[in-house]
Each structure stands twice: as structure tokens, then as C-alpha cells.
Design a binder for this molecule. Structure first.
Ligand SMILES: [Zn+2]
Ligand SMILES: [Zn+2]
Length: 149
């Protein structure tokens, strides 16, 4: 097990995640238009972990942490977008399709997470910014990945 700490830009929200050693990991770069709006950037980096694998150490949902629910999604499943109400940092998503998982925005991790854990795929590549190239070694998916559900 490895533990990593994260926080929003203003530090009002802090958290810890636990990643099982060699465990099943889903780490996806998403180029979809929603993710571009949500992040204010070209793509998002989404690490999926069980709800039990993420612990808020500062800040709570409904107080410091605000949420916006997107209902018009490609999958048809409502997606809650959770962010810091003070500084606006994008923190994580929760999907109506599975209440047992959290989709973490890894840009908010403080520790050297990316030295150890790397994305495995890029999705919604059709929406990728024209100046971005596919990343070597990552599976390229035109639209949505198969969620298996
Ligand atoms: Zn903040
Ligand atoms: Zn997306």
C-alpha cells in the first residue's frame, strides 16, 4: 500500500489516498469537452479509486467542498464534479453509475504520485486539442471507454 497526500490550491481541502501495491488501477487522460471546461485546461487526469481509498483530512462536502452535477453526459450517467468553493480547484468526480468509486483529479496530489503511477489510456481522443500528440504507450480511445456496466 502507498499513501499520497493532496490538496486544493488554497489548502482549505486536504486529503489522503491509499493505493494498493500492484492493484487494479484505472488512470485515464480524458480529452472530452466537459473535462476541458471543468479543468479550465486541455484535458483531465482521472485516477479511479474505491471510495474507501480516499480520506478527506480537511474540508467536508457541502461546506468547503462544493459540487456541480452534470446531467447531460455521454454515458447518460449523472456526474458530480467536486471542487473547492474558495479557490475553485477541481478535486474529484462521483458517477451515478457507481457510488463505490471516486474519480480523483491527480493535479491536486502533492506527493510524487506520478513518479510511480502512470495513466494507461487516453479517451475522447476525437476532442483532443490539435496541438497535442498521443502519448506513447497509452491506449487511444476515440470516445468513451467501455465501462463494462
Ligand atoms: Zn481551495
Ligand atoms: Zn472527460
Amino acid at each position: 500500500m502507498s499513501t499520497y497526500k493532496g490538496s486544493c490550491l488554497c489548502q482549505a481541502v486536504q486529503y489522503e489516498i491509499t493505493v494498493p501495491e500492484g492493484g487494479q488501477q484505472s488512470y485515464t487522460v480524458c480529452h472530452c469537452k466537459d473535462c476541458q471546461k471543468w479543468s479550465g485546461s486541455a484535458f483531465t487526469t482521472n485516477f479511479v479509486l474505491p471510495t474507501s481509498g480516499m480520506k478527506l483530512t480537511k474540508g467536508t462536502e457541502g461546506a468547503e467542498i462544493k459540487a456541480y452535477t452534470v446531467t447531460k453526459t455521454t454515458s447518460g450517467n449523472a456526474l458530480g464534479r467536486y471542487f473547492c468553493g474558495t479557490c475553485g480547484s477541481a478535486l474529484y468526480d462521483k458517477t451515478a453509475a457507481n457510488d463505490g468509486i471516486v474519480i480523483l483529479q491527480t493535479g491536486t496530489l502533492d506527493d510524487a504520485f506520478d513518479a510511480v503511477v502512470h495513466p494507461t489510456q487516453e479517451i475522447f481522443c476525437l476532442d483532443r486539442r490539435a496541438w497535442l500528440k498521443p502519448t506513447d504507450g497509452l491506449k487511444q480511445v476515440e470516445k468513451m471507454f467501455d465501462t463494462g456496466s
